[in-house]
Design a protein around this ligand. Sequence first.
Ligand SMILES: *Cc1c(COP(=O)(O)O)cnc(C)c1O
Length: 391
Amino acid sequence: MINEEVKNLSNEYIANTYSRFDVAIESGNGVFCKDFDGKEYLDFTSGIGVNSLGFCDSKWAEAVIKQVRTLNHTSNLYYTLPGAKLAAKLCLKSGMKKVFFSNSGAEANECAIKAARKYSFDKYGSGRHEIITLENSFHGRTLATLSATGQDVFHKFFDPFVEGFVYTKANDAQELLSKISEKTCAIMLEVIQGEGGVLELHSAFLDEIVDVAQKKDILIIVDEVQTGIGRCGTLFGYQGFQFLPNIVSCAKGLAGGLPLGATLFDEKTAAVLSAGSHATTFGANPIICSAAEAVLDSLNQEVLLDIMQKGIYMRVEIAKMPHVLSVNGQGLMLGVALDVDNKSVVEKCLQAGLLVLTAKEKLRLLPPLNITIEEIKSGLEILEKVLKNIE
Ligand SMILES: *Cc1c(COP(=O)(O)O)cnc(C)c1O
């Protein structure tokens, strides 16, 4: 098969709910992948922050293959080991107490929202159900997570949306505090807004709202679906700040290329979702949990520090390139503001053999976490050449 045939087959039978580039990827290894026409690409996207260890990392693949041949699925009516081990590791490394496993970021957030509401219901009765979220946020595509998403473009077509979300500006503590009422049960945020354009929250803003939230028993939910699992040079993005959330959601990079969501609960929220209150058929699937364990095992302290260093190197190098206005982000989650159209840069990078992403008007880079400096240099060379030759 060639690119064109894969594309035609996809277009004929896959619902056209998203647009794609004119390329069909056939295989990948590390930071490189190859399309059906035989062209090679260096990857600065990790499949939108999913392939933490790049394409088909050998240890990751071994873990998956071993588990595929041992036990594929049991339903959550029985205990299995991979999920238990993974949950223990996640708790140990995050400071949280319990984990609920699902299959995607949206589901991890859906669970977080349900838990926050039930926490409040159990303690204060009905009516205290509002969740404050930030403008420019992105929390997923289910109805509740779309409702939580603070962007008007996502609040169309699917009316009625889920009630009880209040939006406020990021990094404006005064405005946020003014929106707290006796109905507020939680504040939900990304420490770096990913889809919203790689925008960091300021630690002063977080300090202020976390302090008030704790005094008023309002839960802090951190959506780490994109920032989590080493992406920002700490295992979780919030670990770069001075607070412990009550609920943390993660997904994207967690299982290194297989679908897994996880919602983590602190002491206060650990027992809120009691037996029968929440579940999902595929939750804690042994194969996927084994894959995630391989990812977590490869992200030791030294590797995390390396991610931070590589991110700094990229920022410095990119800042020198033509048409670059600024570089934002942390670790290997970078947003590049340009004075030229980002879509055409992405298209030209693709032609030149480099995969990159956008976030709003920015270029977004999410390279595999184990990318080497040499590979970063090769990718940046392509990016620089593209930027030099663009109007
Ligand atoms: C991608 C993303 C989601 C949604 O995750 P899915 O797996 O697509 O459901 C939620 N929150 C953030 C911050 C994300 O980046």
